[in-house]
Design a protein around this ligand. Structure first.
Ligand SMILES: C[S@@+](CC[C@H](N)C(=O)[O-])C[C@H]1O[C@@H](n2cnc3c(N)ncnc32)[C@H](O)[C@@H]1O
Length: 259
């Protein structure tokens, strides 16, 4: 019921928002990013705020919260191309659901929401305030419109039904590592704590797009994590992690081969 005193916004009203921060994350490409936050708990990111004393002060008392909501723009998807229904990859591309019954980036207003874990807050960092977070599903460079503390008593609904978006754990695949890959991952982990866990979490989600998951066993693939390329093959019932190459080096090899 509409009260006569309260006027609704005109149907053509629009708002302009400026990002408050940008996400620097371990995902440099859209390919293989988990479809929701927390699926790779060690996927790290930093929210880098625009330099402003206002934003530094606005973070006051956030340290008492363990998690926060990141409200962001799917900047690598055009809202123009959205369609009312989509085929969620997890339903094998067979069934259509409405955009508003999904978390797809392809929506009329390309805005996303992710709950992430707070690791460290630096309100007075030199270039502008920073917050280190974990469990991200966000592309490097994602513009942030707002953050809000996660408040368990009202944000958590344990009895909630999730229709087609069922328990993600069923989708994990078995992994086998070569001695070479293990050795290289351990070397990187000396400088990047939790790198081994991150590789394990991301690879067990099978980073290949749905169409490649149907490939016959034996296919070779690469998956970029930070500045590394995880080389793997798909075998019957598991993924074999074969090698880890610096991403730059791989590009250089590709360039050389194409000459
Ligand atoms: C299904 S969406 C869910 C995002 C958010 N948790 C939500 O529910 O609104 C997650 C996917 O968005 C894509 N993505 C992440 N950051 C993006 C960005 N800045 N622009 C476009 N796509 C992005 C990645 O491919 C990721 O797998």
């Amino acid at each position: 019921m509409t009260s006569p005193e309260v006027s609704a916004p005109a149907p053509d009203a629009s708002w302009t928002f400026e990002p408050i921060a940008v996400v620097r994350s371990c995902f440099k490409e859209k390919f293989g990013i988990p479809r929701q936050p927390g699926l790779a708990p060690h996927a790290m990111g930093t929210l880098k705020f625009k330099k402003s004393t206002g934003y530094s002060q606005a973070l006051k008392s956030l340290e008492g919260f363990s998690h926060l909501w990141v409200i962001f723009v799917f900047h690598e998807h055009g809202a123009k191309n959205w369609k009312p229904t989509i085929r969620p990859p997890r339903l094998g591309g067979a069934k259509r659901v409405g955009v508003f019954a999904s978390r797809t980036p392809h929506r009329p207003n390309p805005i996303g929401i992710s709950v992430v874990k707070i690791l460290d807050i630096r309100p007075n960092a030199k270039g502008g305030a920073e917050i280190d977070v974990e469990g991200v599903d966000l592309l490097d460079g994602t513009p942030v419109l707002d953050i809000k503390p996660y408040v368990a008593y009202c944000d958590s609904v344990p009895e909630a039904k999730s229709s087609w978006a069922t328990d993600p754990l069923v989708d994990r695949v078995e992994l086998k590592y070569s001695a070479l890959a293990l050795k290289k991952i351990k070397t990187v982990a000396v400088k990047i704590p939790n790198f081994a866990k991150l590789v394990d979490e991301l690879m067990s989600l099978d980073p290949r797009p749905a169409f490649q998951r149907k490939d016959p066993p034996g296919g070779h693939y690469g998956f970029r994590i930070m500045d590394w390329d995880v080389k793997f093959t798909a075998q019957k019932g598991y993924l074999a992690i074969e090698d880890l190459l610096p991403f730059e080096k791989l590009n250089a090899v590709k360039k050389q081969n194409s000459k």
